[in-house]
Design a protein around this ligand. Sequence first.
Ligand code: NZQ
Ligand code: ZN
Length: 386
Amino acid sequence: MNNFEFKNPTKIIFGKDQIIKIATEIPKDAKILLLYGGGSIKKNGIYDQVKTALNGFSVEEFGGIPANPEYEVLMQALTVIKEKKITFLLAVGGGSVIDGTKFLSSAALFEGDNPWDILDKKIATLQGMPFATVLTLPATGSEMNSGAVITRTETKQKLTMGGPGLFPVFSILDPSVVSSIPQRQIANGLADAFTHVLEQYMTYPIGALLQDRFAESILQTLKEVAPMILKDPSDYKAAANFMWSCTMALNGLIQKGVPGDWAIHMMGHELTALFGIDHARTLAILAESHYTYNFDSKKEKLAQYAERVWDITEGSLEEKAKVGIQKTTAFFHSLGIKTKLSEYTTDYEGTGAEVARRLEERGMTALGEHQSLTPSDAAKIVDMSY
Ligand code: NZQ
Ligand code: ZN
């Protein structure tokens, strides 16, 4: 096991009817900016619950943060933060609203001239404006981590940012919110969280027995609840397990002491930037090609995954490892997610080369757990996903 340090300061408030607790967690003298997305919270009652909890607080609002949070929209929110002298941000939404809020938390205290530098020059955020979240869509884990992904449509860029100053102060996780989520977004959440675990697990054995079993237990739980939650999003037991699995998949715990891959995410962000494909679906497009292309360096973990998550007991290590890849693709299909780029766009020719060019431009020339994947390898993996 590798050496590690672990600190996650985010307070989780989990369960039914917990949104009201915002009132006891935010300082009474805070000047709050409530941030949300395209308006789903106004239809499913979450907005009303938040407003009730904020009764008596000083609150401004900023709605309209789109999926794949857009830099230009966030800059409008930054103006509100400055003009209204906001001191506390409250994100009510999924990964996009939370990530957008993280950018604002950083940009609000940024001392440079151009907030785009936070993303473009990869400036780590050591201190941000305090913020909290009310999660409406289990998927990204953003509610308990310090990373964010921001899109700039003008330049077709989707860039990551983060730093120890970007953990939410607290996050409210009420599984009841799952009942209003459309099937497409539930499927996305399951696929995103599943792949988050794979990115931190499907590397090489390093003697981290507990981390392996944490990871496998999250995969097993997602696999078990997926059909239940797709059939009935108001199944509270399934929703609660789905929600907590998504948070645990990317709150740092399972990454500690083990190598991480993340190549699927880095290539996937380019597919979203180029074609607007939902984040989770880009991961489903790339997973099989990535694991097939890197079969030799990943086969031990692939076989262990096949055995422990998919109960494959027959065959050689290589045979089990191959079944592990097939089972992963079949899992995405069981969620109704297509796994070929050509099923999302007819304009896919040349995508491998374009992804490689973009990774090169960004200095991302050493991907994967061995930092051995070059842009030319990425091009081949993307080509295999057509
Ligand atoms: O905008 P609204 O009206 O809120 O509707 C949203 C949006 O259309 C809707 N929705 C959310 N909660 C709902 C609901 N509809 C009905 N009922 C509810 N309770 O769902 C749609 C998608 O929302 P979005 O926030 O975009 O989805 P998700 O949570 O999957 O977030 C995706 C974004 O997170 C980034 C992705 O790249 C993408 O930009 N990621 C962030 C990560 C992180 N910060 O750690 C890691 C991930 O790997 C990922 O990259
Ligand atoms: Zn993801």
